[in-house]
Write a protein that binds this ligand. Structure first.
Ligand code: IVH
Length: 686
């Protein structure tokens, strides 16, 4: 082709490209803006596909502003945040029959039932979807909120309106205010069709039906949601202005009467034997269901008992999720890399030849530690069986030794940190290999920042791994506290790959919002070993500020005052040890003080009940006859009391059960008021 011809062709392509762009723009407006499409979805997809292919084929189009990159096409997370009227809880897991047996025994002990006494347990498939809370006022659908962090969710009302089997008005008798909770999901067959379509039109391919369901709800355009054919199963209620059922099995019946779809495999079990049979039955049916499930939820049927059992931090004591067996596949190890975690722990990772396990594309598996590699003798080049259980990163079950190459070499663990090159150290305590260069290792620091901003921690959106690395290299982000100085570099940030004026604005706003976090999120964000979400919440509900916590560990303060932390009986020894290590390190205290220059985490809003025992300190000793110790403690706290473990002059009451310990003598010595179990119960009931 001579120059003249090729110039002409280029012009023609550019013209077609411009036409396609304006066509799509017009039809977007007709469809989204006016709700009056003039062409079918199929025709629309064809036009779009032509544009995608043109852009793929002719690189000179890259610099043009394509409609395909416009915001309307991107999923958005700019939904309004809404506080749940009642928190949306998560569930503890059971991995086998024994865990379920223990769960039931714990309940019996708590409720002070005889071991032989049976409790009705209601079991339901655990739907692998997106949990949602639906608000109805006078029977009319008002609002839909995602689970979010359990306390605050996102308002996705307009998209949820598009889910056909969610009733927009309730049937029969309903409370004037009612929150119905359940799972939005995509059927496996719809998921398959959607991905096939997305592949042909060059759109995003979802990794599993759950992501597809979540992606369909958490994007801006409710017409897209409409086309996705999502479904909903109802399985619980949140706030209700009047009682609608006395137990779970009755509740599911009522929800059905109100117009909801409930899961037909849900069943009441009279005893553990029935429960186990029911679990096996669901396990057997799993593959033939047209929706993904990842376990079976067992719930104490009786609501009165549920209320007595209450919650432990974010999960109910009255329910447990029994996990279903995992999914397996065969693949090959391409390489073994090591990664540096935020606490310096070095974890080996197997890079795998891509394989699909239960619908999810997998290319990495965790190898846990050096011992695991040695024990299983995993080598680069080996064929292996991998397993994926629930959401957990897959791991290698076994090596297929028969397929091993003769000249394969045993894996040798590195002796220096892949990031900062400092020598690695093996800890005697936990057999973990660590990079001890805690405060100067780039990888550790980046991981610490990633943890700090993560959703359950300070929840700062818009700062990706690549950008953190890039900011680190440029010296803009050398420490966690530098996040709060990022605004000073706004001009530099805008030039960064992946950022524009708008996304920088969102990031800086998100950083600003994070200053309003509560103390528990802040403690969790520090990334202290063995201090997860639960421990952080427990700590936050026992102290008013991070300063108070630091002082508690400062040995130069108040030698005579017993450590408050020791009185918090829910904090385990391991966490306690790590908290001491963390708060006695000057570097950490400096970091916290730096952060406190920017904000002060809010104390938890005390939901502490007011009652007969308001502000009173109470100690229990001996065995109680009518209720368990755990329930006694909760009753005391629900009446405003503070339950502590040791006797001191600050204690108001000692409640004495059968065969009391040394606490009784000590209380007599100091002159603390002693109450019998009956006296105590009648004090509360009076
Ligand atoms: S009951 C207080 N029932 O599992 C417990 N949850 O890990 C409230 N889920 O966020 C949940 N199927 O999204 C319950 N039949 C079922 C469920 C179910 C799925 C999800 C739910 C929750 C998560 C807890």
């Amino acid at each position: 082709m001579d120059n003249f011809q090729s110039d002409n062709k280029k012009k023609m392509i550019e013209k077609e490209w411009t036409d396609l762009n304006s066509k799509i723009k017009k039809h977007n407006y007709l469809y989204h803006g006016l709700d009056q499409p003039e062409i079918s979805d199929l025709e629309y997809d064809k036009i779009k596909l032509r544009l995608i292919n043109l852009e793929k084929k002719y690189s000179f189009l890259e610099n043009s502003k394509s409609i395909l990159n416009e915001v309307g096409f991107q999923p958005s997370s700019n939904f309004k945040k809404v506080k749940h009227k009642l928190p949306m809880l998560s569930l503890n897991n059971a991995f086998n029959e024994n865990d379920v047996f223990e769960f039931i025994n714990r309940i019996k002990r708590y409720l002070n039932l005889n071991e032989g006494q049976e409790i009705e347990i209601f079991s339901e498939p655990k739907i692998d979807g997106l949990s949602i809370s639906l608000r109805y006022t006078n029977g009319l659908f008002q609002q839909a909120i995602t689970r979010g962090d359990g306390e605050f969710g996102e308002d996705v009302t307009e998209n949820v309106r598009m889910v056909d089997n969610i009733p927009k008005s309730l049937k029969n008798n309903y409370p004037s205010e009612l929150e119905v909770r359940g799972e939005i999901f995509m059927e496996k067959s719809d998921f398959k069709t959607l991905n096939e379509l997305n592949i042909t039109i060059g759109e995003k391919v979802f990794s599993n039906p759950r992501n597809a369901a979540a992606g369909s709800i958490r994007q801006k355009d409710s017409n897209i949601t409409k086309g996705r054919n999502l479904k909903f199963f109802a399985y619980a209620i949140g706030f209700s202005s009047s009682e609608i059922a006395k137990n779970q099995s009755e509740l599911l019946h009522i929800l059905k009467v109100l117009g909801f779809k409930t899961n037909e495999l849900s069943k009441k079990n009279r005893n553990l034997k029935e429960l186990n049979e029911n679990f096996k039955n669901i396990e057997m049916l799993r593959a033939n269901l047209d929706y993904d499930i990842d376990g079976v939820v067992h719930k104490v049927n009786d609501f009165k008992w549920q209320a007595r059992l209450g919650n432990i931090s974010n999960s109910p004591r009255w329910a447990i999720a029994q996990k279903l067996a995992s999914k397996k596949a065969q693949t090959r190890v391409i390489a073994i890399d090591v990664q540096v975690g935020r606490t310096g722990a070095i974890t080996p990772v197997a890079r795998l030849s891509q394989v699909t396990v239960g619908g999810v594309v997998v290319s990495n598996a965790t190898l846990h530690n050096e011992d695991e590699i040695k024990r299983k003798d995993i080598r680069v080049g080996d064929y292996v069986i991998i397993e994926r259980a629930g959401d957990v990163i897959p791991h290698i079950l076994e090596v297929i030794k028969e397929k091993r190459n003769n000249n394969s070499q045993k894996y040798v663990f590195p002796n220096e940190c892949p990031s900062c090159k400092e020598p690695l150290i093996k800890s005697e305590k936990d057999a973990v290999i660590r990079c001890a260069n805690e405060n100067n290792c780039e990888s550790q620091l980046i991981e610490k920042i990633k943890h700090f901003i993560s959703r359950d921690a300070m929840n700062i959106e818009g700062l990706g791994e690549k950008q953190i690395e890039s900011f680190f290299k440029k010296g803009i982000l050398n420490s966690i506290s530098d996040i709060y100085n990022l605004y000073k570099f706004k001009e530099n940030l805008i030039k960064e790959k992946g950022y524009g004026e708008k996304s920088i604005g969102n990031l800086l706003q998100s950083i600003e919002n994070s200053k309003n976090n509560y103390l528990d999120k802040f403690i969790f964000s520090l990334g202290i070993r063995h201090v997860g979400k639960k421990t952080s919440k427990i700590l936050a509900s026992n102290f008013n500020s991070i300063k108070e916590i630091i002082d508690n560990f400062d040995e130069t303060i108040d030698q005579n005052e017993p450590d408050k932390i020791l009185e918090i009986d829910q904090i385990g020894e391991k966490s306690l040890r790590e908290l001491k290590v963390y708060f006695s390190n000057k570097f950490n205290i400096n970091l916290i003080n730096n952060l406190l220059n920017y904000f002060n985490p809010k104390p938890l809003e005390k939901t502490k009940a007011e009652g007969k025992l308001s502000g009173k300190k109470i100690v229990f000793t001996g065995t109680l006859r009518s209720i368990s110790r755990a329930e006694a403690k909760n009753i005391a706290e629900n009446n405003g009391g503070i339950v502590i473990n040791s006797i001191s002059k600050n204690v108001d009451f000692l409640i004495v059960g059968d065969s009391p310990g040394s606490k009784k003598n000590k209380a007599l010595e100091i002159g603390i008021k002693i109450l019998s179990e009956d006296e105590w119960l009648s004090l509360i009931e009076s």
